[in-house]
Design a protein around this ligand. Structure first.
Ligand code: C5P
Length: 250
């Protein structure tokens, strides 16, 4: 039998889950973080557009604050989003981990690659999204974009009271450390197994996959994929947007 008679392999389809159900207390009082605006547009809409900008992403699942699902629905309806992308909206949970799991539960069959992307990283460039997807397509079960650190990092014994001096326990070698970003990309079955198996509180999905003993690989991240966490990050995000507008104008 010649190769021509074999059916073509089914294309791998990619979905993105965007947890956006956090309150973002470190930003100060106000609306849930994902609904705060940057350049007049909610952070969540920037994040959704950033993922939908990849031609490989055909479904985006937005995980909304449980008491803000109707508001998020009207935001998604009110902003232009690519027509080739499907959207789903689900209410989130108490922790980021629970919100991601609720997003995974809503995924229809047929998506073999799943990206998980924080709404709090609204400015991730499409090239970073595509690089993560490419590495999963090439066979890595879990992929995280990451950057080398500028600061030296100390491990400390955390003080009981904030602001008290904290004894240093160790100084890991900076050249071996990476600060990880999102979107993190996964073989769907591996990510689902991680969420079924790991119950410890973790801050990223790749950490859960590591606990399964599965190898996670790092690809280069991007400085514009930073997480908007503190008030100064909003200033930086506005500056990045202003620079993009200026560049687009020429
Ligand atoms: O709090 P942190 O910045 O680590 O949150 C990362 C992402 O997880 C944010 O996009 C936030 O909206 C989301 N999150 C969530 N559900 C929670 C807590 C956080 O979807 N209960």
């Amino acid at each position: 039998m010649s190769d021509d008679s074999l059916p073509a392999p089914a294309p791998t389809r990619t979905a993105a889950v965007i947890p956006a159900a956090g309150r973002g207390v470190r930003l100060g009082p106000g609306a849930p973080k994902a609904l705060r605006t940057l350049g007049g547009t909610p952070m969540l809409i920037h994040a959704v557009r950033a993922l939908a900008a990849s031609r490989a992403v055909s479904l985006v699942v937005v995980v909304a604050p449980p008491d803000g699902t109707a508001e998020v629905k009207s935001l998604l309806d009110a902003h232009a989003l690519p027509e080739r992308t499907d959207f789903l909206l689900v209410p989130g949970g108490e922790s980021r981990q629970e919100s991601v799991r609720l997003g995974l539960d809503a995924l229809p069959p047929g998506y073999d690659i799943v990206l998980v992307h924080d709404a709090a990283r609204p400015l991730v460039p499409v090239d970073t999204v595509d690089a993560v997807i490419e590495a999963v397509r090439e066979g890595a079960p879990a992929v995280v974009p990451a950057l080398p650190l500028a600061d030296t990092v100390k491990e400390v014994e955390p003080a009981a009271t904030q602001g008290e001096p904290e004894p240093v326990l160790a100084t890991p070698e900076r050249a071996r450390l990476r600060a990880v970003q999102t979107p993190q990309g996964f073989d769907r079955a591996t990510l689902i197994r991680a969420h079924e198996t790991v119950t410890d509180d973790v801050t990223d999905d790749a950490g859960m996959v590591e606990q399964l003993g599965v190898t996670v690989v790092v690809v280069p991240g991007h400085e514009e994929a930073f997480k908007v966490t503190r008030p100064l990050d909003l200033v930086l995000a506005e500056a990045v947007l202003a620079r993009r507008r200026l560049n687009d104008g020429f």
